[in-house]
Design a protein. Structure first.
Length: 417
RNA sequence: GUGAAUGUAGCUCAAUUUGGUAAGAGCACUGGACUGUGGCUCCAGAGGUUGGGGGUUCGAGGCCCCUCAUUCACCCCA
């Protein structure tokens, strides 16, 4: 074995060994099943999009667009970007294929890889996976509550407990305008005491100052969007809370919760878990009533969320389910080897998982292998069996063994017991 | 992107105060004891340029510099 390796997985990527891949597959199955129970349909979209799509939808002022995108040029000089989040692509597909023609309300989910160029940490990779759901066409808070419940339902199904839900409303462009005015008025006197990021945000994206951890204490008595909601937005928020209450979902209202993306309106929410350390977010989302119109479609209300699967997996209790094959065929000499190989393939054709040793190893080694593979049955073929046209069939767990005719139909019958 | 800690076999860890023989163990792997029956036990084998590069020194796994990776705290997202 080579002692020094030239190649490793690159920074911020994650390899999945068989055990881990199996866990992931299970998680993905749970998500698909649950989302389909809620009548959401799967969408798959490309790894990269025109850079412009993210600039326009995610927002020029967001950290994602400003410093975290993997952007490159193709040979035609077009600027492309590895998708850092899913909503822009979903909305693009919605518009590009006229999915609104399939009905006024369209509900989609996805499980996709995302890419962001950040300093990697545990549960935080440069290539990571998210599942997300988007409901396009419903202005109702019922839809927001449905989305939240679908996520909680999935967490529950995955045996993940202790996830907290924080909610807030940041209003619509109309009430936000009033809020921003008051907010800036309040801040301008104490601008000097804020951190540098907040000073910059003051002109580019003032609402995000609320989210600042450094200045949080200084901002206790600051105006918050919730206090400036217009009638419509206020009604919407109480409708949302009412629905959550009806579903028996616990939540806390975090008046400073604003989310990092530009397109949110009204409802915003996030899922957190204390086990994840200071960066405790598992997922989040909200309503984006303006985005579809902004991207050139008709004004269409929409709502959605995304959950980081790598983080979810950190919270998932590790299941130790020893998988095994049905049959391991052991052969004792050259001639039996060919018989055995034929039998293995017949077993596979009959729907059993089967394998044998191709290395001509000793019987002991082959039995050890059968054991390691967690085989339910071992079939031994040697000279004696060949002469009698039979095989030895051994149940590995109990050790009991009997001789049966070498005949796939009979063997199949025996394996069913 | 900023700051800090860590890096010894596939995995988990040793290597005696300030640097001193040819870097060890357990698990896992391969083979044997048991030449036609796995797990248990015992024995043996294989596996390391001590993350990589440079420097100091008679001598470096341990000290210094650089670099890479991981983890943690920031920024911020999932």
């Amino acid at each position: 074995m080579d002692s020094y390796l030239k190649f490793r997985n690159v920074r911020g990527t994650k390899d999945l060994l068989p055990e881990e891949a199996e866990l992931w597959r299970w998680v993905e199955e749970v998500i698909r099943k649950k989302m389909e129970d809620y009548n959401y349909q799967e969408l798959r979209f490309p790894t990269f999009e025109l850079t412009e799509l993210f600039k326009k939808s995610t927002g020029e002022d967001t950290d994602i667009v400003q410093k975290e995108m993997f952007t490159f040029k193709d040979k035609g000089g077009r600027s492309l970007t590895l998708k850092p989040e899913g909503t822009p692509s979903v909305v693009r597909m919605y518009l590009q294929y006229g999915l609104y023609n399939r009905g006024i309300l369209q509900k989609f989910y996805y499980i996709e890889r995302m890419f962001r160029q950040e300093k990697p940490q545990r549960g935080r990779y440069r290539e990571f996976r998210q599942f997300g759901a988007e409901a396009i066409g419903s202005p109702s808070p019922e839809t927001d509550a449905e989305l939240v419940r679908s996520a909680l339902d999935i967490f529950n199904e995955l045996n993940i407990h202790g996830i907290k839900l924080n909610i807030n409303s940041i209003g619509c462009p109309k009430c936000r305008e009033k809020f921003i005015r008051e907010f800036k008025k309040f801040l301008c006197s104490r601008l000097d005491s804020l951190c540098n990021d907040c000073k910059r945000r003051y002109s580019t994206n003032p609402m995000r100052i609320l989210d600042c951890k450094i200045d949080r204490e200084k901002l206790i008595d600051v105006p918050v969007p919730l206090d400036y909601l217009c009638d419509d937005c206020r009604k919407h928020f109480s409708g949302f809370k009412e629905r959550l209450g009806y579903l028996g979902i616990n939540y806390s209202i975090d008046k400073h919760l604003v989310r990092g993306l530009d397109y949110y309106t009204k409802t915003v929410f996030e899922f957190t878990h204390s086990k994840l350390g200071t960066k405790d977010e598992v997922g989040g989302g909200g309503r984006y009533d303006g985005l579809i119109g902004f991207l050139g479609g008709d004004e269409t209300p929409a709502s959605g969320y995304a959950v980081g699967l790598d983080r979810l997996l950190l919270l998932s209790p590790q299941r130790k389910e020893s998988r095994g094959i049905d049959v391991y065929v052991i052969t004792l000499d050259k001639a039996s080897d060919l018989t055995g190989w034929k039998l293995v393939n017949e077993l596979r054709d009959s729907g059993f998982s089967a394998d044998k040793d191709p290395l001509g190893r000793s019987m002991k080694a082959q039995f050890r292998e059968a054991d390691r593979q967690n085989a339910k049955w071992a079939i031994v073929i040697g000279e004696k069996e060949r002469e009698g046209g039979s095989v030895q069939l051994k149940r590995m767990e109990t050790g009991e063994q009997k001789e049966v005719p070498l005949n796939i139909t009979t063997i199949k019958e025996e394996l069913k017991c």
